[in-house]
Design a protein around this ligand. Structure first.
Ligand SMILES: Nc1nc2c(ncn2[C@@H]2O[C@H](COP(=O)(O)OP(=O)(O)O)[C@@H](O)[C@H]2O)c(=O)[nH]1
Ligand SMILES: [Mg+2]
Length: 281
């Protein structure tokens, strides 16, 4: 009988089997609850609240089907209402926590509230803040699947005429969209959702040659250099500030050029106001 070759995975499965997943979305859309679903735990505080329950990015980890999963829950990573300083700190925090890079970035949207301009701009700004390639790592999760009507599916909702703006934003993620019911107590349903999620993660991983996402900011912060860690953090902060400034200018320009439909005017104005207030110094 041939001798079995022992691979490094046999000794340390975590080495080849660790995943870092970043979750983001508007407060109340179920970001933390989605983190709990994918970790199969209740590590993150998730409750109904008018202000964010998650105050700063947190990382929790769990072993899911033999794989070590690190999930980073972010309080509105790209939420312009929270002010530039907050957003910059959170981006830097997230890069600090994601030492091995990001294997998937989960954008959480809710099926029980209308898709907002702010969410569309947040999705767009990911590209400027993290680099265009980040889009290859994005998975969209719609929560509150339980609130759909009996015979309604996520596909029906997305196909609806009034959801065209949403469809345009989600265009490039067409095959990476899932619906979750984070509240279900049905074990079979929970397991099925988790399985679906990780098969999508595996697809994303395969499409990215198994490599996690790291841009120059991750590399600068985590790779050993002569510079002291605090100096590197300062440098990263400066770069993120520049990128956020660029993002806001681009969004403002888009808003200025947009000719919103009558019903969107108020929302567009409110977003312009937030962008103006979110000053990057
Ligand atoms: N019915 C239902 N409620 C959900 C779902 N996901 C989250 N929630 C609820 O929505 C509220 C906000 O969830 P949370 O995870 O704290 O949202 P976050 O602010 O985005 O982190 C909580 O009361 C959750 O129980 C879902 O899929 N279905
Ligand atoms: Mg939360």
């Amino acid at each position: 009988m041939g001798e079995r070759i022992i691979s490094i995975e046999d000794y340390c499965p975590a080495l080849s089997n660790e995943l870092t997943v970043v979750l983001l979305g508007s407060t109340g859309s179920g970001v933390s609850a989605t983190g709990n679903t994918i970790l199969k735990s209740s590590a993150f505080a998730s409750k109904r609240s008018l202000s964010s329950v998650t105050r700063t990015s947190e990382m929790e980890q769990s072993v899911v089907d033999g794989r070590v999963v690190k999930a980073i829950d972010t309080p509105g990573l790209i939420n312009f209402s929270l002010g530039a300083d907050f957003v910059i700190n959170e981006i830097v925090n997230c890069i600090k926590l994601a030492k091995d890079g990001i294997h998937a970035i989960v954008v959480v949207l809710s099926l029980n509230s209308p898709f907002r301009k702010e969410e569309a701009t947040a999705i767009q700004s990911l590209k400027i803040l993290f680099g265009a390639n980040i889009t290859n790592y994005v998975i969209i999760v719609f929560t509150h699947e339980d609130e759909l009507d009996d015979d309604e599916t996520l596909d029906d909702i997305l196909a609806g005429e009034c959801n065209q703006p949403l469809k345009v934003v989600l265009g490039s993620y067409e095959n990476r969209i899932l619906a979750f019911d984070n509240k279900t107590k049905d074990k079979e349903k929970r397991d099925y959702q988790v399985k679906q999620f990780y098969s999508l993660v595996d697809k994303v991983l395969a499409e990215n040659d198994g490599k996690s996402y790291k841009n120059e900011l991750f590399i600068k912060l985590h790779e050993q250099t002569d510079k002291a860690y605090q100096d590197r953090v300062k440098e990263i902060k400066k770069e993120v500030t520049l990128k956020l400034g660029k993002t806001i200018s681009m969004l403002k320009q888009q808003m200025a050029e947009a000719q919103p439909k009558q019903e969107d005017v108020r929302e567009t104005r409110a977003l312009c106001k937030k962008l103006n207030e979110c000053r990057v110094l």
